[in-house]
Ligand binder design. Structure first.
Ligand code: MN
Length: 235
């Protein structure tokens, strides 16, 4: 008989994302995020030039899974007066590795989805000024809504796709994935040198220009050409 573990408390459930065209779900392990990965967004945040990519994380249970055709409520978080949207291409890792080379990196990708790196901008700015960690600005509950994952093989054009975010039907962010400072493949190369990637990891690849505040009642629609839309309502 294998030894049966008895937990003193019920273990937290596995966070998972829906897949396009399958009943199976993608189990989320870790959530990595790239900072300032579009030039125009770096400029609007007060930075210029191509710096090496840098990373922060969200807890897996900050992910809010959003199914196709669904609009999911996202609570306006505590402690902020400046709650910002950042629409991003999210990469789902299917095969892990360390020191993955950019030339081989896309073989490690399971699929892609649209995500929102929701941000308490006022708290993030305070932490930056004080040289403190960004967690309170970036890694709070429900800070990462993500739509259904499309298999990589079904969306080979994603690296040239348009990306945009509408709030209440008005365009707020628009760009193209080929304007990423560090491409998906290069991001995986850098990231996998710092952490051993594993199947189930997500990577938020960075947001283009046009970030801004939302308020309760706003309806957000994120799109990347070729992927399912992501729809949430701030409540
Ligand atoms: Mn971001």
């Amino acid at each position: 008989m294998p030894h049966q573990v008895t937990y003193a408390l019920p273990p937290a459930p596995v966070v998972s994302l829906p897949l396009v065209g399958s009943e199976a779900r993608f189990p989320v392990r870790r959530v990595y995020c790239v900072g300032r990965n579009y030039e125009e967004h770096a400029k609007e945040m007060g930075f210029t030039g191509r710096e090496p990519p840098f990373f922060f994380m969200k807890p897996a249970d900050a992910i809010v899974p959003v199914a196709s055709g669904e609009t999911v409520d996202v609570p306006y978080p505590t402690l902020t007066q400046n709650f910002h949207h950042e629409v991003e291409l999210v990469v789902a890792i299917g095969q892990g590795g360390s020191y993955i080379k950019a030339a081989d990196a896309l073989n490690h990708v399971f699929g892609y989805a649209v995500g929102l790196d929701m941000t308490r901008r006022d708290l993030q700015s305070d932490m930056k000024k004080q040289g403190r960690p960004w967690c309170i600005g970036k890694a709070f509950d429900a800070s990462g809504p993500v739509g259904p994952i499309t298999l990589a093989q079904d969306v080979p054009s994603v690296h040239q796709a348009a990306i945009c975010l509408n709030v209440n039907g008005q365009l707020r962010q628009t760009s193209h994935i080929n304007r990423l400072i560090w491409s998906v493949a290069e991001t995986i190369e850098h990231l996998s040198a710092a952490w051993a990637l594993q199947a189930g990891d997500l990577i938020f690849t960075g947001t283009p220009e046009g970030v801004g505040a939302v308020i309760r009642g706003d309806v957000l629609r994120g799109d990347v050409e070729g992927l399912e839309s992501l729809n949430v309502r701030i409540v």
